[in-house]
Design a protein around this ligand. Structure first.
Ligand code: AMP
Ligand code: MG
Length: 400
């Protein structure tokens, strides 16, 4: 394909999302234990079993009283703790000592924080005013009974686990996680346990990709390394097509021994694109063969990582049942000037400072520099049609 017809980053990503969505793939379902549902995708909507909170509750330690009695000195007629219901009614000039989370007693319409009270025996003096409703969470303020609290197609993370636990969902209807075959290619690529000669590299991509797949909610199936030889590559690709998604690393550039596209073509593959306007990762291939989607990710480690995060991950998230794939793009201030050549969208290793939120590009020796990637915590996202950014300017960041 010529560079003229290559897709931009946005066009290519939209094409991936649209193509996978329109395939109509629905993953099989299973019931998971609550803890085991982490990182899966909900296969059903879960609704609130009651109002949250079910009764009006105090959100402070203090005194439950009638706002109209303030300021004033009130008689303390009792106490109510979290986990108790007070049988008492707060009348004019009265207050009940109350703890955070306790139901607001009848008659009271406001809470005064204990810090704003002066207690002496059964009297309490409060010198301020308070509006009705202050520090009270009314019944149903968070969610009403029967309303959806976790939606079908939503990925289960810690907050969803807490929500499911809260409504008593101990068996969670989830989609089965898709199996993702990972196939490395290249005569120079050897097993990570072996000792490489100077002309060899360990199969780091398979391990990095497996971690990326797990983070994205997939089940990695690592197939080893295909030699740059037609029959061996074909045999392993066919094996990879047993999975729900096939990821290949390497063998998609213009080199004489880049056989991946040839093999896939012979297997009857449909190619949606074979090159995109990004760097690293220009020779990215996306297609479908025998009903399975595949990505031919360029083998340079940075290219592999970036193209997975931006494109393959979207496909995987949709195949795992998610209604919408994630792409976390934020903006951060640069600590120094940044320049690049226009025409390609670049994703470069960078560090977002946890203290200042500022962004520093990481110096690197190109897309084989795994050490630079391992020092980074995000990717600076340089727009294809803008050449330079000054120190202090905002620039886009892809947060993986
Ligand atoms: P390729 O995309 O096959 O042309 O490979 C590009 C570069 O990435 C080469 O320098 C390879 O050595 C390197 N590479 C390819 N596959 C892997 C892998 N599985 N792990 C680490 N590096 C790789
Ligand atoms: Mg190769």
């Amino acid at each position: 394909m010529s560079s003229v017809s290559a897709l931009t980053f946005q066009e290519a990503r939209e094409l991936v999302v649209r193509t996978v969505q329109s395939s109509g793939f629905v993953p099989p379902r299973e019931d998971a234990e609550l803890a085991g549902s982490f990182s899966h995708v909900m296969a059903e909507n879960i609704v609130a079993d009651r109002n949250y909170p079910p009764v009006a509750r105090s959100i402070r330690d203090g005194y439950a009283l009638r706002a109209e009695d303030l300021p004033g000195e009130l008689q303390v007629i009792g106490e109510v703790r979290a986990g108790e219901v007070s049988g008492l009614t707060v009348g004019p000039g009265q207050a009940i000592e109350i703890m955070t989370g306790a139901p607001v007693p009848t008659g009271a319409d406001a809470i005064v924080m204990v810090e704003h009270s002066l207690r002496q025996a059964d009297r309490v003096r409060i010198d301020r005013t308070q509006k009705a409703g202050d520090f009270i969470n009314p019944a149903g303020a968070e969610v009403l009974r029967g309303k959806i609290v976790v939606s079908q197609g939503q990925r289960i993370d810690f907050a969803q686990i807490a929500m499911l636990a809260s409504v008593g969902c101990t068996r969670v209807p989830v989609y089965c996680q898709p199996a993702v075959a990972i196939l490395s290619t290249g005569d120079e690529v050897i097993d990570i346990a072996a000792k490489p000669e100077d002309h060899q590299v360990r199969n780091s991509n398979a391990w990095g990709l497996a971690a990326q797949v797990m983070r994205a909610g997939g089940r990695p199936v690592v197939l080893g390394v295909a030699r740059d030889e037609y029959e061996h590559t074909r045999q392993l690709i066919e094996q990879g097509l047993d999975a729900d998604l096939l990821l290949l690393s390497g063998g998609v550039s213009a080199g004489k021994y880049d056989l991946v596209e040839q093999v896939l073509g012979d297997l009857g593959a449909e190619f949606f694109f074979t090159r995109i306007l990004i760097q690293p990762g220009q020779p990215l291939v996306f297609g479908r063969v025998r009903g399975k989607f595949f990505f031919g990710l360029p083998g340079n480690p940075a290219s592999t990582m970036v193209t997975f995060e931006v494109f393959a991950r979207a496909a995987l998230e949709l195949l795992s049942g998610r209604s919408e794939p994630d792409l976390r793009i934020a903006f951060a201030r640069l600590t120094r000037e940044f320049k690049h050549k226009t025409g390609l969208t670049r994703f470069l290793p960078a560090r977002l400072s946890p203290s200042s939120g500022e962004l520093t590009p990481i110096g690197w020796a190109g897309s084989s520099d795994i050490a630079a990637l391992a020092r980074s915590n995000c990717f600076l996202l340089a727009d294809a049609d803008r050449e330079s950014w000054q120190a202090g300017e905002l620039i886009a960041v892809l947060i993986p």
